[in-house]
Design a protein around this ligand. Structure first.
Ligand SMILES: [Zn+2]
Length: 383
């Protein structure tokens, strides 16, 4: 899942944190829920102040949960693009998949474990606070925050992808069978069942008890079901693409533009007479740093500027768009969406120099060929 347009909040432990506007809705909603919970413990002003602090505390706890996932992932060689806070809490965006079942299990378990430990610690603080002010707003806020953390730990351990419990299911099946695809498919299927079950319980709540709190469960169930569905699609795609690597489908030694070139130099080069739609841009070391499409070139007509350089008009390459030739194609396409004639994946050698390019067209061709059961290269068809 990709959430665009976020507000950057800085870095913690080297990991970028961003907030989507919908996170503000979550803070507002939890402030209201907590204020309702605190009713009668103090005057209105104190209750609202405690509710706002408690809701922000909850966001900090959600962030701690995601940071735990991200830090363990980074330590085990899985790149983390960033953490995004949004309507349904936090999401860690990993740019690649865990390489083995052990890592998968560790990354999955550490989130709920963090929430559980936080919950217990906050309950401890509530116990201390209740000595001084039993039933007061501070004590009750701590009790609420502790409870929400424990509920988060338990809910996230429900066995269905994309919840952490689903990742645990995936890791355990992967560990025991050695078959990651089978594990992924099973975890996504349990996610679908879990989504339908939550939706069913929510509907029953509304029908049998006329309790419209069930509506929330239905929404959550729908979200889980659709997320599990797209994981299943992705698993199917992985299955079809199998062992195809980036090196199998890339254009080797692509024509490239130098970031230091002026626009004039670029337009006078023979690059513009090739049949390519997207050009990789390299820095003085030959490392890819950006991509340049015809659309970017055409845009310069509206703001002609004699000193304009390639670096000024090209679009920076996100880390997810840099790959190695031996990376699995299925892994790369699960982390990045390539728009036709606009984006590309830059392929580098171990020294970071550009050696190949994969465009949306290359991807579409690979998918079509594999759908027809054809090999990616005619040379592999000789037997
Ligand atoms: Zn989690």
């Amino acid at each position: 899942m990709q959430i665009r347009s976020t507000v950057p909040l800085g870095r913690i432990a080297g990991i970028r944190i961003g907030a989507h506007w919908s996170a503000a809705v979550t803070v507002g909603l939890f402030t209201w829920i907590l204020a309702t919970f605190l009713r009668g413990t103090a005057g209105a002003g104190i209750i609202w102040a405690a509710a706002i602090v408690g809701a922000l505390g909850l966001i900090a706890c959600l962030l701690a949960h995601e940071l735990a996932h991200s830090i363990v992932a980074t330590r085990n060689g899985v790149h983390v693009e960033r953490i995004v806070l949004w309507l349904l809490g936090g999401a860690s965006e990993l740019t690649d998949e865990p390489k083995d079942a052990r890592t998968d299990l560790r990354v999955a378990l550490v989130g709920p474990a963090t929430s559980l430990i936080l919950g217990v610690m906050i309950y401890g603080a509530a116990a201390v606070s209740s000595v001084f002010s039993p039933g007061g707003p501070v004590t009750e806020t701590l009790v609420w925050l502790g409870t929400v953390n424990v509920v988060l730990a338990v809910f996230n351990m429900l066995p269905g992808a994309p919840l952490d419990g689903g990742r645990v299911v995936r890791a355990v099946i992967w560990w025991r069978s050695g078959d990651r695809l089978r594990a992924e498919t099973a975890a996504a299927r349990t996610g679908q069942v879990l989504g339908m079950t939550l939706g069913g319980i929510g509907s029953a709540e509304i029908i049998a008890f006329r309790d419209f709190g069930g509506l929330w469960l239905i929404l959550l169930g729908l979200f889980l079901y659709s997320a599990a569905n797209s994981e299943l699609t992705l698993a199917g795609l992985r299955h079809r693409l199998g062992a195809i690597t980036i090196g199998d489908i890339m254009t080797p030694a692509p024509r490239m533009a130098d970031a230091a070139w002026t626009l004039d130099q670029l337009l006078r080069s023979d690059l513009v007479y090739t049949h390519h739609h997207v050009f990789p841009v390299v820095d003085q070391n030959g490392h890819p740093c950006a991509v340049l499409a015809w659309a970017d070139l055409l845009r310069t007509r509206t703001r002609p500027h004699p000193g304009l350089r390639v670096a000024d008009i090209a679009r920076p390459l996100p880390p997810a768009a840099i790959a190695r030739a031996d990376d699995l194609l299925a892994d790369v396409i699960s982390r990045i969406v390539l728009r036709p004639n606009l984006d590309a994946v830059a392929v580098t050698d171990p020294t970071g120099r550009l050696t190949g390019l994969v465009t949306a067209t290359d991807l579409a061709l690979a998918c079509n060929r594999s759908a027809l059961g054809l090999p990616t290269h005619p040379s592999t068809n000789t037997h």
